[in-house]
Design a protein around this ligand. Structure first.
Ligand code: FPP
Length: 229
């Protein structure tokens, strides 16, 4: 697949806390996921204006198969509804939609819908929206190597762009097998807000803070070198 040049940051989002958000209100966990889908819509809409070129969302990890069957099928229904309701809008907004992760264990109709949405938006170049479904970063790395990738450049090309900013909501501070290779030099940002309460303004603040950080990628900052001379 041709890797379009999407200008802007690569922001990766671990959308955590839907279940706790719902349970705190005495609602079923799925109500939290439904509210979370609204946050997805708002964040995707705001992303290009925040300087984001690629947005990767962690929607369903390969370990999430351990959840109750009704929560899993509810999540798949939500993904399908999102694609059905948003495809035309995504195309109009210039959003190229992609799903990363395994497809062979997903329900057939969901896979067809994913393929249809990817096809419909394949020419879009303003924002690359990647949704991770049945995703495990360890497995993705193994698959890349098994497919013949042997060096940094080819493994990166097979996986996707490096992450600039990794965000996790809901007070948790771990990677949970998400973009392990791509996060090698990512900056991290955490918030106590549950995903349904997360806002585009919150993301804007994180990006502003990110832009003030000194990313050295292992080197010494030029100003410090100057001072040492
Ligand atoms: C983590 O919260 C969230 C998920 C496993 C699902 C994320 C899915 C959505 C936001 C729904 C819509 C997505 C798209 C792409 C339309 P959790 O359930 O683990 O929360 P908890 O830690 O409070 O239990």
């Amino acid at each position: 697949m041709v890797d379009h040049a999407f200008d802007g940051l690569h922001v990766a989002l671990i959308m955590d806390g839907n279940g706790r958000w719902a349970q705190a209100r005495g609602w079923p966990r799925l109500a939290g996921h439904r509210a979370g889908a609204e946050t997805v819509r708002r964040v995707v809409e705001a992303a290009p204006g925040l300087g984001i070129g690629t947005l990767t969302l962690y929607a369903f990890s390969s370990d999430n198969w351990k959840r109750p069957q009704d929560e899993i099928s509810g999540l798949f229904r939500l993904f399908a509804r999102y694609m059905r309701q948003e495809a035309a809008k995504l195309k109009k907004q210039g959003v190229r939609f992609e799903v990363i992760g395994r497809r062979d264990r997903l329900p057939g109709p969901l896979v067809s819908l994913i393929e249809e949405t990817e096809r419909a938006t394949s020419e879009c170049g303003k924002l690359r929206l990647r949704v991770a479904v049945d995703y495990s970063s360890r497995d993705a790395i193994i698959r890349a190597v098994e497919a013949g990738a042997r060096d940094r450049a080819s493994i990166s090309a097979s996986l996707g762009p490096d992450v600039d900013l990794l965000v996790r909501t809901s007070g948790e501070q771990r990677l949970s097998d998400f973009l392990l290779w791509e996060n090698a030099y990512a900056e991290f940002a955490f918030t106590d807000a549950a995903w349904p309460d997360f806002t585009a303004a919150g993301l804007r603040d994180m990006i502003e803070d990110f832009r003030r950080r000194d990313r050295r990628f292992g080197a010494v900052a030029p100003a410090r070198l100057q001072a040492l001379r």
